[in-house]
Design a protein around this ligand. Structure first.
Ligand code: ADP
Length: 405
């Protein structure tokens, strides 16, 4: 069974085509600058030369047409007909309280994704455009949606409610939802499997730290807390996002600097975090480089980033009354030995002992980076959200076929 995985943004659309018989990626690519006459198409099949092309792509339906065109290209294609795509799986950022697992798309599901536009105004509208674009091009192909929020729907009310008037939750669903759920679920399960411990008997903290960053407390196989909140702004300090701040700063800064709501939103999402403190970049690679060259602001940015993450790890160990496994993933988590080292150096009180040699080994592999004696195992697990989407899609489509039979 071939499954096309799609991550549709407002002006971009990323895709991967999986052969689910062996979970091989047959091809992947993206369409960028959708809405422009000069959109950029890129396509990389597994064993053939890729395609780079500039074309007019004014909306998502055309983007999908172009993707299909590349997948079936006479020289570079990996499919001979559209019929070889059995199902499409989409990443959807916000599933609100309606979705605690992946589902097959139908009219009701689409209505619900639309109802959640308010909670994810930058993401959900684009995802729905992606779903409709597939419908327009491949009306008979079943589609599945996989939500970033779903894994965290197991959080208890004491984790997901904010201590503000209940009417805001009841009327407007203001609560913690959490994000990166697909990734937290995948890396925690992989980590438990690799060390051959039962997933449902472990206390795990997962750190998904890329451009966006969040950590999660996973107790006996279920997410019980996570650092992102109603939106992906809460929690850890990130590349350009502030993470936690005193909420009273918002009206205060708006008054002092005469900022509009849009401006303050943009300040906290795009001009804060590592970027704001270092004055150099939101990219951890550049921060580490500048720090090594002696830049004080970069050093402060790194220290704040590490300190804030460490406090969350400590909080989650307390939330679960223990910690067995600490997992790092995403761009910074998988690659920054410096950050992992700085963190673990200050977590020895928990009985955590980093294997410094294993930590600095360059590798794309899943690996343990704690010593044999360490009371807490520390692992690096490269995330693979697309594979989870492909697997969920595969599973739901197979189950539906069995039902029909
Ligand atoms: P996204 O959240 O956009 O999916 P990624 O998970 O790909 O992002 O993470 C991107 C970030 O990972 C970059 O901004 C960069 O800071 C960081 N990163 C990538 N490689 C390294 C590295 N070798 N050392 C430190 N940080 C890195």
């Amino acid at each position: 069974m071939n499954i096309l995985v799609i991550n549709a943004g407002s002006s971009s659309l990323k895709f991967q085509l999986y052969n689910m018989d062996n979970e091989e990626v047959l091809a992947k690519g993206k369409v960028e600058r959708i809405g422009m006459e000069t959109a950029i198409l890129s396509y990389d099949p597994a064993e053939r030369q890729g395609i780079r092309e500039v074309a007019e792509v004014l909306e998502h339906t055309t983007a999908i047409q172009k993707v299909l065109g590349m997948l079936m290209h006479k020289d570079h294609g990996v499919l001979s007909s559209m019929k070889e795509i059995d199902a499409v799986g989409h990443r959807v950022v916000h599933g609100g309280e309606s979705f605690s697992s992946s589902v097959i798309v139908n009219e009701e599901v689409k209505r619900e994704i639309r109802r959640l536009f308010d909670l994810a105004p930058l993401h959900n509208p684009a995802h729905l455009l992606g779903i409709q674009a597939v419908e327009n091009n491949m009306p008979d192909v079943p589609q599945v949606v996989v939500f970033d929020t779903a894994f965290h729907q197991t959080m208890p009310p004491k984790s997901y409610l904010y201590p503000i008037p209940m009417v805001l939750y009841k009327k407007h669903q203001i609560r913690r939802y959490g994000f990166h759920g697909t990734s937290h679920a995948y890396v925690s399960e992989r980590a438990a499997a690799l060390i051959q411990k039962p997933f449902d008997k472990l206390k795990i903290v997962t750190c998904h730290i890329g451009n966006g960053a969040s950590c999660a407390a996973i107790l006996n196989g279920r997410s019980v807390d996570t650092s992102m909140g109603m939106t992906p702004l809460e929690g850890l300090m990130m590349g350009t996002r502030s993470g936690d701040i005193d909420p009273a700063i918002v009206p205060f800064a708006m008054g002092k600097e005469e900022l509009t709501l849009n401006e303050v939103n943009s300040m906290l999402n795009k001009h804060s975090g590592l970027m704001a403190i270092s004055g150099i970049s939101g990219d951890m690679r550049e921060i580490v480089r500048a720090m090594e060259a002696g830049d004080r602001n970069a050093t402060l940015a790194f220290e704040m980033y590490e300190y804030r993450l460490r406090k969350y790890i400590g909080a989650y160990a307390a939330a679960m009354n223990g910690l067995d496994l600490l997992v790092f993933t995403a761009g910074v988590g998988e690659n920054s030995a410096e950050l992992r080292e700085a963190l673990c150096r200050n977590l020895t009180f928990l009985g955590l002992e980093l294997d410094e040699h294993a930590n600095v080994q360059r590798s794309d592999a899943e690996r343990v980076i704690s010593t044999k004696e360490s009371r807490i195992q520390v692992m690096v697990i490269p995330t693979n959200e697309e594979l989870v989407i492909a697997r969920d899609t595969h599973r739901l489509i197979l189950a539906r076929e069995e039902d029909v039979v």
